[in-house]
Design a protein around this ligand. Sequence first.
Ligand SMILES: N[C@@H](CCC[C@H](N)C(=O)O)C(=O)O
Length: 297
Amino acid sequence: MTDDANHALRWPFTKGHGTQNDFVLLPDPDGTLDLTPLRVRALADRHAGLGADGVIRVMRTAASDEPDVQALAESAQWFMDYRNADGSAAQMCGNGTRVFAAYLRREGLIDADADEFDIATRAGVKKIRVTADGYATNLGPWRVPHNEQLRDRGFDTLVAVRGQAPLPALSLDLGNPHAVVALPETLDLETLDLSVAPELNPTLAQGSNVELVQPVGPGQLRMRVFERGVGETRSCGTGAAAAALALMLWSGQPQENEDWQVEVPGGTLFVSALPGGEVELSGPAELVADGEVTLVG
Ligand SMILES: N[C@@H](CCC[C@H](N)C(=O)O)C(=O)O
């Protein structure tokens, strides 16, 4: 964390991923770093930077200048300040919570013997549980924001993927927004064009993540995702939870402890409907590199 003769700011980083949804983590316990959108975009750039789907600033919750986050300081010591690759701030990142948790443990920032601990996010406090092969995050309560339309149809939005007729989708709120598209069997999930953002009708002012899903068998689905603020990614944890919940809703109500296995291009995630209308996401978290980077701007 030094200013050299050219006033370039050098900062330590860790690179990590969860089912290949990858992140640059920046330790900033006291919130002294000016993490501008320009700096985030430069870090996330896959050709001129470190490359990542998102940037996670690791800071003390009490050090945040966001009043809604600061209010969580008594419940969770560490805040996952999540930014999309385009520099925008997001409320939540399911895969990010596991990688954040792995970092906190490795760095000794939480009790190494604690198998459960809380972290703060812009979508509230989330409970993390250490599992045999990674971490499980209780993503908390989920919502169907357009419930009136859902009552009649099970779908509330049309989503047009490039080159395809619009398809019906269901909006779900996992702290961040999702539109889940049920792909007909006649469409090949692998070859759909996600090089540009699918168009939503009606549009959402805050934008949305879009999941294309196909059931594979009982309790198992395949998914591709176009993330708000990023583009197509190889995995999205909140998206996997939204996809599993949509499939549960389309076939009735989610049953307590109903489990789904979600296959994404970057690996496998697990989603469980918890009692009380909450949902848990579990999967691996890897920390793959550490170093120092020059921050631009
Ligand atoms: N990849 C994340 C979601 C990251 C935020 C998203 N792009 C948004 O803007 O809401 C996940 O694993 O949930």
